[in-house]
Write a protein that binds this ligand. Structure first.
Ligand SMILES: C[S@@+](CC[C@H](N)C(=O)[O-])C[C@H]1O[C@@H](n2cnc3c(N)ncnc32)[C@H](O)[C@@H]1O
Length: 387
């Protein structure tokens, strides 16, 4: 088995609990094959852990276990069973959720999402990629999926020297799958939709937002309209805005599927739309803002901050007194405290008294590993404009 020896600085970092080791923190690398399971040791030869090795990424080691144990078929089956048991405990009334969330489930860089009887897998490091045949066998044995596809069309795979690809691994995936999320149903297309077909991380926030939204509601950056669908069950009218025609067509189909005739769909840049709505003097009782990640790297934080500020300032201006703004940031690089500062600045500039009514994150099927801040990326704040 390959062996990695930490520098003293690397050991101090490992000791804090983070599951990744960077190449610069390795003193020696012996017999480590790309994607293989290797042993991590201290300078004095003391065993520390086992994990995945990558010969390309800056992240040279990803922790799998702090124990000396065989990482055979039974070991991986046990990890997948543990992930599935956890979902049984935390996932509510839905058949679309994340079954495996990488490091947080002890299977670094493996993502498995479930849409009804269909599974979608992503392998984001050499180690997880190397185990793909075993994961296919185990997922097939444990869940008997109607289909299993791999959505590895992600640029991060380039950092591992892995190609971007999409493949059907088992069965046949229909173009559209109908799934449910509490009281709404929706169509999902795991082959060509965004992410693996749906933003599963927002599931609980969507359901919760639906309990507040009444009257005139705006779902900005709506994708396939899911926040809007939850809102439309009790709201008077919901306007859904997105720049993607495909997403809006799907959102309209989803409204029909649920028999909701009070939703409207607009293809527009949300920044422009909000500006015009302020100029037109429009008012809403509920607004959802769920933009894409503006801060993809640390260097983007300042410009991302300006983007979030502009959106939130305009949204607060558009709210009626008593109205609710559900505002999200999925940029890992922008901390929750920075996001809250931006919201404070927005409220101040809008000259509005605003209170936080809920402070939320990603759904429970995306658990945050305490020693792995990277596993916590979604901030979702529910605000109310005081009457
Ligand atoms: C994070 S997703 C929204 C997910 C959605 N709220 C859900 O729960 O399924 C962001 C969406 O914003 C859209 N988008 C990105 N930039 C945009 C812009 N400037 N104006 C309008 N839509 C935009 C994308 O097409 C995508 O559908």
């Amino acid at each position: 088995m390959g062996l990695l020896t930490l520098t003293s600085k690397g050991f101090a970092w490992f000791h804090k609990g983070h599951p990744w080791i960077f190449r610069d923190d390795l003193e020696k690398i012996r017999d480590a094959a790309p994607g293989a399971i290797v042993t991590l040791e201290k300078k004095n030869g003391e065993f520390l852990a086992q994990g995945f090795y990558s010969d390309r990424s800056k992240i040279a080691f990803r922790l799998v276990s702090r124990n000396r144990e065989a990482m055979d078929r039974e070991f991986w089956k046990g990890r997948l069973q543990r992930a599935a048991r956890f979902r049984q405990a935390v996932v509510g009334k839905t058949n679309a959720y994340r079954l495996v969330y990488g490091e947080s489930d002890g299977i670094p860089s493996l993502i498995v999402d479930r849409y009804g009887d269909h599974l979608v897998m992503q392998t984001l490091s050499q180690g997880a990629d190397h185990l793909t045949p075993l994961f296919i066998e185990l997922l097939s044995e444990m869940f008997q999926p109607a289909s299993l596809i791999i959505r590895n069309d992600l640029s991060v795979r380039g950092l591992e020297g892995l190609p971007q690809e999409k493949k059907t691994l088992l069965g046949n995936l229909p173009g559209n799958i109908e799934v449910y999320e509490e009281d709404i149903r929706y169509w999902v297309d795991p082959w060509s939709g965004q992410k693996t077909g749906s933003y599963l991380d927002q599931r609980e926030n969507r359901v919760r937002a639906g309990t507040y939204f009444r009257g005139e509601v705006l779902d900005a950056f709506c994708y396939q309209g899911l926040f809007g669908l939850h809102a439309a069950r009790a709201a008077g009218r919901v306007i859904c805005v997105d720049s993607s025609q495909e997403a809006l067509e799907r959102a309209a189909e989803n409204a029909r599927l649920n028999g909701l005739g009070n939703m409207e769909f607009r293809r527009e840049n949300v920044f422009d739309f909000l500006k015009k709505e302020v100029e037109r003097g429009r008012r809403y009782d509920g607004i959802n803002l769920d933009p894409p990640a503006f801060a993809k790297s640390r260097g983007d934080i300042a410009s991302a901050g300006r983007g979030y500020k502009e959106l939130n300032l305009r949204a607060i201006r558009l709210l009626n007194p008593g109205g609710v703004l559900v505002t999200s940031s999925c940029s890992y690089n922008l901390s929750e405290s920075r996001f809250l500062e931006i919201l404070q600045d927005s409220a101040r500039d809008a000259k509005a008294e605003v209170r936080i009514i809920e402070r939320r994150g990603q759904s429970a099927d995306h658990p945050v590993l305490l020693t792995f801040p990277e596993s916590h990326y979604l901030k979702c704040i529910f605000l109310q404009k005081i009457e």
